[in-house]
Design a protein around this ligand. Structure first.
Ligand code: G3H
Length: 342
């Protein structure tokens, strides 16, 4: 049954992904086939695109990622970057003890992070599916999206029909965005077609909701695997690729984010498709946030510096960003009590 379901849904989705892969999305880049023709020639191509990805030089990527964190930013650029970071935040609570009360508070904070009118609202509030209706109602008309983790987050270790039902339920309850986890066991065993099929099936279940695909990079072990998982996720229909659940260490790092940004860049050159990026987990300081924004600017350019294409998944980052904004404005740090606790 599970196999039939996967076979039926995913075969269709795989064909659609293949078609989209050939077409691009009309944003201007000339689509190049990126090995797809080779895959067609081998026979397995009737169903799957080519998952091959370039290998990553660990030393180079870590050096470059660290180097881009050493830029000194002028005050104006810093303030603009901090406000941008607020507008790109998926304000998150993903704890077993989450309640409607906590989510309501978080929604208020996402809509009005600061009393100053020049501080924008956050991009989204990210919650478990059961709390989607609470968030949806609280955020109505505000423009702040409701994101929900699904697919048996954070392990992903439920049968596919359960994961699909999880996604459909979250969308029916009002989620605008779905954050799914990939099957890391399959990825580590080299079962790339299974990883692809599952993402394609989830994409189909999302309907109009945007799909963020969490690679859980801390469990993938190598940058090469992160790069390949990024490629598979993008081919299978991800709107965003995301580093981590926030439940595994290491979570987001500048280096792993750079690997994924480069995968997005190369995918864009190959297909014309524009994919978003979401580092998540362990991003707690304004300084870290600015570092990530420099990585995006230097790898993908200003076009990606928008909440439509870049998000921070974070539960505690907002307060530090607000504190730094106040410091830039007044020259002094506000006391910790000045900001509401997350
Ligand atoms: O997707 C977001 C993460 O779960 C947040 O992780 P964090 O609590 O380390 O900020």
């Amino acid at each position: 049954m599970g196999f039939r379901l996967r076979g039926t849904i995913c075969y269709r989705a795989a064909w659609r992904a293949m078609a989209a892969y050939g077409k691009g999305n009309g944003h201007g880049a000339e689509p190049l086939p990126l090995g797809v023709q080779g895959a067609w020639a081998t026979g397995r191509a009737a169903k799957y695109p080519d998952f091959s990805a370039p290998s990553v030089d660990r030393v180079m990527v870590e050096e470059r990622a660290a180097g881009l964190g050493k830029r000194s930013l002028k005050k104006e650029a810093k303030v603009a970057g901090l406000k941008l970071a607020v507008s790109m935040m998926d304000l998150t609570t993903l704890e077993g003890k989450d309640s409607s009360g906590k989510v309501l508070q978080l929604c208020q904070k996402a809509m009005h992070p600061h009393e100053r009118a020049d501080v924008p609202s956050c991009a989204a509030v990210c919650v478990y599916p059961k709390l989607v209706p609470t968030a949806k109602k609280a955020l109505e008309g505000s423009g702040v999206k409701v994101a929900s983790v699904a697919t048996a987050f954070p392990s992903g270790l439920s049968p596919l029909p359960v994961k699909i039902a999880d996604v459909r339920e979250a969308v029916a309850l009002g989620a605008d965005e779905i954050d799914m986890v990939i099957d890391r066991g399959a990825m580590l065993s080299g079962e790339y077609e299974a990883v692809f099929d599952e993402i394609a099936a989830v994409k189909e279940a999302c309907g109009p909701a945007h799909l963020k695909v969490i690679l859980e990079t801390g469990e993938l072990g190598t940058y090469d695997r992160v790069r390949k998982a990024s490629q598979i996720a993008m081919l299978a229909g991800a709107d965003f690729i995301k580093t981590s659940t926030g439940k595994v260490t290491p979570a987001a790092t500048p280096a792993v984010t750079l690997v994924m940004l480069e995968a997005i860049r190369d995918f864009y050159y190959a297909t014309g498709k524009i994919i978003g990026m979401k580092p998540a987990g362990g991003i707690r300081t304004a300084k870290q946030a600015l570092h990530y924004l420099v990585l995006v600017k230097e790898t993908l350019g200003d076009g990606w510096l928008t909440p439509d294409l870049f998000r921070f998944g974070a539960s505690t980052l907002l307060n530090d960003v607000l504190m730094q904004l106040e410091k830039e404005r007044t020259g002094a740090y506000q006391g910790g009590d000045y900001f509401s606790k997350d």
